[in-house]
Design a protein around this ligand. Structure first.
Ligand code: TRH
Length: 393
């Protein structure tokens, strides 16, 4: 066994969150804990969309300090690692499991779960689950928002990088990402460097949402300029409805009234982070962009990944309860109403809830900063995993 080798496993269910979380974690474990990390991933092409330096067809490659290997059923370990992180219960290949079961000292095995603010997470985080037919045990690692959970992914120096970037940006140019951050294929800011503008910069990274056409309409008819950046492929049905089929391509913009919509090609996670940092309001979704919006410490709106039996509604309510603790009125009601309307099935109340929500960006910004600072007092997720491993050596 290689003393510092960790294997992280991930299968893409859909979208980018599974690969995105695994990639951030793998990179952080390698960079900050000097570990020899292999990420086993079944769809490298998905990750290559947000990490353009990757070869989507290679079975094995090394990139940014991590070995990336294609995960398929033939995957097996020549040499077992010290620690296995199974992402989101994705299952380990049979050959790999057999080898682990046959080993006198099998790797420490974590199952990294999905993020939830629900209170039950505190009670189950870290529990051991012995496998029924094999003498193996895995430990459930639940990301979360309290000291009884596995924490959140947060790399060292993140807040310093954020604040340094914003200070530099406000001294030198409007709060927009630089053109070279926009990813392959252009789509950078149409603004001249140094120009200062009024109005709002928004990022819209959400799932299909019925609230959008009416919200676009309200923004276009409002009394302030709104520049809304959408990653390519997001909200296309809503754009199609609102623009009567004339949907802009990646790198293009379209302006209606006070609203300018800009379609942005996908970029690296770092460039995406900078986009969130520099925005006045971030609509985010799923798991990873949701966490990054909290680290951006700006007003934001979260759309959880839609799940069967409305499980996402419980997740949404649990997070809103935690996040809004201590938030004074009228910001509290404005946030609850707007988030609720945006996440409602028909979305009809969203546009009407916008003015009250817009009016509380000041207090929401201060609250977001305090929330991020408080969360950052907890150990980050990678450090927690490493510490648990050390405690068992
Ligand atoms: O893509 P998502 O909808 O992923 C979802 C969720 O993780 C959900 O919980 C899971 O069940 C489902 O996938 C299968 O949203 P999320 O989690 O925000 O992930 C997006 C990733 O893409 C995140 O790592 C940020 C990254 N990204 C970039 O790096 N560059 C970009 O330009 C954009 C738009 C995103």
């Amino acid at each position: 066994m290689n003393g510092r080798r960790w294997d992280v496993f991930c299968r893409v269910v859909d979208n980018y969150g599974d690969a995105g979380v695994a990639w951030r974690l793998a990179r952080q474990l390698a960079a900050e804990h000097a570990l020899d990390v292999t990420l086993w991933l079944d769809r490298v092409a998905t990750l290559a969309r947000i990490e353009p330096g990757l070869d989507p067809l290679a079975r094995v490659q090394r990139h940014r300090g991590v070995t990336l290997r294609l995960l398929d059923e033939s995957a097996g370990a020549d040499d077992l690692p010290e620690v296995v992180v199974e992402g989101f219960g994705c299952g380990l290949p049979e050959r790999y499991l057999e080898k682990m079961a046959a080993s006198a000292g099998p790797p420490l095995w974590f199952n990294l779960e999905y993020l939830s603010a629900e209170p039950w997470v505190d009670a189950v985080h870290g529990l051991a689950s012995p496998l029924p037919r094999r003498s193996l045990t895995r430990y459930f690692w639940f990301p979360g928002f309290t000291c009884h959970t596995g924490g959140l992914i947060r790399e060292a120096g993140l807040f310093e990088a954020r604040d340094g970037y914003l200070n530099e940006a406000s001294a030198a140019r409007p709060r927009r990402e630089p053109v070279h951050d926009a990813g392959a294929g252009g789509g950078g800011s149409p603004d001249a460097p140094g120009e200062r503008r009024d109005g709002l910069d928004l990022v819209l990274f959400c799932y299909p949402n019925r609230a959008l056409p009416a919200l676009f309409e309200a923004w276009s008819e409002g009394d302030e300029a709104i520049r809304c950046t959408l990653p390519e492929g997001v909200a296309t049905a809503a754009l199609d409805t609102w623009l009567h089929g004339d949907v802009p391509h990646a790198g293009q913009s379209v302006t209606h009234g006070r609203l300018a919509l800009r379609i942005r090609p996908f970029s690296t996670q770092e460039a995406f982070d900078r986009l969130l940092w520099a925005s006045d309001l971030n609509f985010v979704r799923g798991e990873d962009s949701f966490v990054r919006a909290q680290w951006a410490a700006r007003p934001f709106v979260w759309q959880p990944y839609p799940q069967d039996e409305q499980a996402h509604v419980l997740k949404l309510e649990a997070f809103v309860d935690r996040y809004t603790a201590g938030l004074p009125e009228p910001a509290l009601s404005a946030l609850r109403v707007f988030w609720g309307a945006f996440n409602a099935e028909d979305g009809t109340a969203t546009a009407a809830a916008w003015p009250a929500f817009r009016a509380v960006f000041g207090p929401l910004g201060r609250h977001g900063r305090a929330w991020a600072d408080r969360l950052a007092e907890l150990p980050d997720l990678a450090a927690g995993l490493v510490e648990f491993w050390h405690s068992r050596l």
